[in-house]
Write a protein of this length. Structure first.
Length: 213
């Protein structure tokens, strides 16, 4: 009887631990989806959560079918974890942590300082000029935040001093020389009019003829 009670007690503890781990994992997945700009409740719906995860990492939705193919699904899982790591600004070592220590690294990704940078970080796709199929050109995630900080302070210091130095000196040089060249020629004088001819004296009156004896 005691053995039965002990085994049942151990089973209850295991069930409680499993439920606690499941709840924590759901909260982590909810937070990751929210960071990526997707609804958090999507992580609770079977199959649809994988579809949303494919959209987060920038893979086409039809890849969901590949999860149902043996061996292929494991390869797809590795690729998606690599893309998820890059989408949050991490590299291959972090992706290996998501693959082999998924519970721990999912908590770090959800509650750590990691930020969603777009499907597979989009920095690599922009540099190569390519991208994943089915994705638009706009970046996904949180909108750009305005720069924060203290307002610009006015420049402090002594007031501007007037320029110092010797007073401006007058321009030096030779005095202006008069224009050189031939003297100006006076226009030729107009010929004078000939003097008027003197008038003829009036005619002398004729002498009367002498009287005859």
């Amino acid at each position: 009887m005691a053995a039965i009670l002990a085994s049942s007690g151990a089973s209850v503890i295991l069930v409680l631990v499993y439920i606690a781990v499941l709840v924590v994992y759901v909260v982590a997945a909810w937070t990751i989806f929210t960071k990526a700009g997707k609804p958090g409740w999507a992580c609770l719906i079977p199959f649809y959560n994988y579809y949303v995860l494919l959209k987060i990492v920038g893979r086409p939705g039809w890849w969901l079918i590949l999860y149902f193919i043996p061996i292929v699904n494991f390869v797809i899982f590795i690729i998606v974890m690599l893309d998820l790591s890059k989408s949050f600004g991490h590299g291959t070592p972090y992706a290996l942590g998501l693959i082999f220590l998924g519970f721990i690294f999912a908590l770090m990704l959800a509650f750590g300082p990691s930020r969603y940078l777009g499907p597979a970080a989009q920095a690599e796709t922009a540099g190569s000029g390519g991208g994943y199929p089915g994705q638009g050109s706009h970046a996904q995630g949180y909108p750009a935040q305005p720069a924060q900080g203290y307002p610009a302070q006015p420049a402090q210091g002594y007031p501007a001093q007037p320029a110092q130095g010797y007073p401006a000196q007058p321009a030096q040089g030779y005095p202006a020389q008069p224009a050189q060249g031939y003297p100006a020629q006076a226009p030729p004088a107009q010929p004078q009019q000939p003097p008027a001819q003197p008038q003829q004296p009036p005619a002398q009156p004729q002498q009367p003829p002498p009287a005859t004896q």
